[in-house]
Write a protein that binds this ligand. Structure first.
Ligand SMILES: [Mg+2]
Length: 237
């Protein structure tokens, strides 16, 4: 049976989070905090360390999406010695992070191949999103970069679903949102294990978007590799 539906990862697949570094540095500079770090690399290193650690706590259900943002803010400011004793209140931490997000939204961008690929694929396939994130957050992001109309309300995110990729259940929920069986659906994502292998194990067609052309993972049988979304339509047939 042919592929009739496509589910996409968002970050680093449709949305270029590479612009995050510039946003982080600009926000820290604007807040007068950048000179607290040895250099830009140290600032980005700490930002990424805290994001990775506290986002993992969100993904395993320990923290809400908003709470991981507050924890990152509290620890960042404590580590550079600017927060008051006892740390920031929830309100202060949320306000600080909201300032960053406002700044970030202004510089958001999709990958140049994302919109043209979706426009080409939309007439022939049902399209949706499966993401390890908050539904509201990803809806706003996709709206901000102009891609939301391609997906409508077919956004399955781990916060509402209750489990994160590579759990099979979240891929299957995506298929249900499209009204299709797993073998009729392809999943496209930039993370080999979490996206492509996870989808493949759940019974979908797993496509690994290897933008950096690393091919490093030693691709499993059953996982297809593309290097750009421009290649997707041809790879589906
Ligand atoms: Mg991704």
């Amino acid at each position: 049976m042919p592929i009739r539906g496509l589910l996409f990862d968002v970050d680093d697949t449709l949305f270029d989070s590479g612009s995050e570094a510039a946003s982080v540095l600009a926000y820290l500079r604007m807040r007068g905090l950048l000179d607290r770090f040895g250099d830009s690399a140290a600032a980005l290193g700490l930002w990424r360390e805290l994001k990775e650690r506290h986002y993992a706590r969100f993904l395993n259900g320990e923290l809400t999406f908003a709470a991981q943002q507050r924890e990152r803010t509290r620890e960042l400011l404590a580590r550079i010695g600017t927060s008051t004793e006892g740390g920031l209140s929830d309100q202060e931490a949320s306000a600080w992070f909201a300032g960053y997000q406002t700044h970030r939204h202004a510089t958001r961008a999709p990958f140049p191949d994302a919109e043209p690929a979706l426009r080409k694929l939309a007439p022939g396939f049902r399209l949706g999103v499966v993401s390890n994130s908050s539904t509201d957050h990803q809806r706003r992001k996709l709206d901000g970069i102009g891609l939301l109309p391609y997906f409508g309300d077919r956004l399955i995110c781990s916060d509402q679903h209750g489990a994160a990729k590579p759990a099979a259940s979240i891929f299957l929920a995506g298929c249900t949102a499209l009204g299709l069986q797993p073998h009729e659906v392809a999943y496209i994502g930039d993370n080999y294990e979490t996206d492509a292998v996870g989808a493949h194990r759940a019974g979908l067609h797993g496509f690994w978007l290897d933008r950096a052309n690393t091919n490093a993972a030693g691709v499993d049988t059953g996982v297809r590799v593309i290097h750009s979304l421009d290649e997707l339509q041809a790879a589906l047939t």
